[in-house]
Structures are given as C-alpha cells and as structure tokens.
Design a protein around this ligand. Sequence first.
Ligand code: BDR
Ligand code: CA
Length: 308
Amino acid sequence: MTPILLDTDPGIDDAMAIFYAMADPAVELVGMTTVFGNVYTKDGTRNALALAEMAGQAIPVAEGAQVPLVQPPNKPSDFVHGAHGLGEATVPDPKASGDPRPAHQFIADTLAERPGEIVLVAVGPLTNLALALQHHPEITKTVKHVVVMGGAVRTAGNVTKHAEANIWNDPHAADAVFAADWPVTLVGLDVTETIRCTPEDFAPMRETSPKCGALMNEAAAFYFGFHIQQHGVNACFLHDPAAVIAALEPSLFDTDAVPLSVICEGEEIGNTVEGMATDRRAVNVCIAADIDAVKTRFLRHLRSGVLP
Ligand code: BDR
Ligand code: CA
C-alpha cells in the first residue's frame, strides 16, 4: 500500500481523485489538506469532508490557505466546477469537522510520524506546500516523494496560453516548490489533457456504487459541459486522478528530469519553464503517458463497487 497525503481544491476532478484514492486498495489515504483554487477554501474543506463521509471513510481533513503567498487571489473557477465545486450536485453537510491544525502543520506532523514513507500528492495551487516548506523545512527530508498536478511545460496552458490553473493561482508558491531540494514529479497538461473519459465511461459507476457513483456522474455532467464548450470534446480530462496514479505506478509515465522555474510576473505569469535555473534539483516532468493503462486503472477501481 502507498500512503498518500492529498492536498486538494475540490473541485470535480479533485472529487474524482479523492474517490479513486478511496477505492483503490493500493492507496492508504492518510489525510487531505485543502486550498483555494477551484472553490473558496471553506467550500473545499466541506467537500473533502462530505466526500469522505459519503464513502464511509474517516479521513482527517485539515484546512489550508485561503489566499496565495504574494498575489491577490483569482476568483474560483465556477464555470469549470460549479458554484461550490461539484457542478450541480449537492452533498449533505458533513458531520465531522476538520482537523484543528492548519494544513502546513498537518502536513509536517503527518510526514514526521512516518519519515520517508508518505507520498505528498498536490492537485491544487501549491500554497500549502510552500507554507509547509517555509515553516517546516525538514519536510524535504521526511517526505518520500512529491507529485504535483500542474503546469504546462511543452504544451499550451489552460488559463492563458502560457499558464495552467494550479500554477497560475499561486506562481510564487509553485516556484518555491520547484526550488526546494526534494524529489518532485510534475503531472501537467502535457499528459493530463491526453487522458480523457467520456460520459459512457462514468455511467456504470451508478450501478456499482449507487451513492458515490451517482454523485460522480452528476458532478461530471457539469464538467463535460465545460469541456464541450471550451475544448469541443464530449469527454473530460483526467487531471487530478492522473497525479494519484503517477504516485502509485510511475512506470505508466515517461519523464524528463529538468530544473523548473515559474514566471511570477508579466504576460507569461504562471508559465512553467524548464532549464532556466540550472542550480535547482531536477523535477521529473511527465511528457507522455500510457493513456489506456491510466484510464483503465482509474475506471476499474471506481467501478469495482468498493465505494457505497
Ligand atoms: C487543474 O486545475 C483545476 O481546475 C483542476 O482541479 C486541476 O487540478 C487543471 O488545470
Ligand atoms: Ca484540483
């Protein structure tokens, strides 16, 4: 089993990643931390707690940053994820409340409990990771690996032609994460936009997991609408689940090891640029994926009936 700590801005594809992590028996989901991005942080925390409860799993959730490190916050992407992050689907109010610690403290404490064992998978803006690096620099030694969904290294961005959303929402934080001396794999648009699921792929989950599968289908319907409008495809990109799968089965991805920097101002703000800061530790940038294998693994576990 791979112990995973998931930093997330839930978000429809974040919800897919969360349910996937809970359904795949190879994952031990040790906790979730929340951040702004797709939604305001409070909505993200509510969604994370509600999804865990719906899945019948007691996963600790610690709330994180409400705003980026330096720049003023961008508006949540409600046109992609709906007003509260799950499209037009609704979830009951969670009974559990979040962990009282701020996300950066929760990250440091959780990694310290099992040094060298836990993979930190970040699928939202990287503010919590940057704050954790600032306040608890020892995490570069206690983490096993960091997997980030973000960036568009050799392809176009999705917010501007240069920038991918997670990096664009806090470029200073992302730059700090890529500057740190720790092992990072980047699962960016270079690969995630090649991994696509259709409404037909999601439909069987309604039967096998009547609660979680129905919610997933309802939330995904909104996400399909965005992809049809924006990209002209009746399918959705599997951004955040791809990062979880990269943490479990890195052999499904081809990578190039290059130092990475983020442009923090001007027209190219949020651009992830390779080879600019040659003194940095190289990041494993995913440049290709075994698309069928990633998709098959994702769908197999979400259709397995493990979730209620
Ligand atoms: C990333 O941005 C968010 O909208 C998604 O949840 C994903 O993490 C894709 O650019
Ligand atoms: Ca996300």
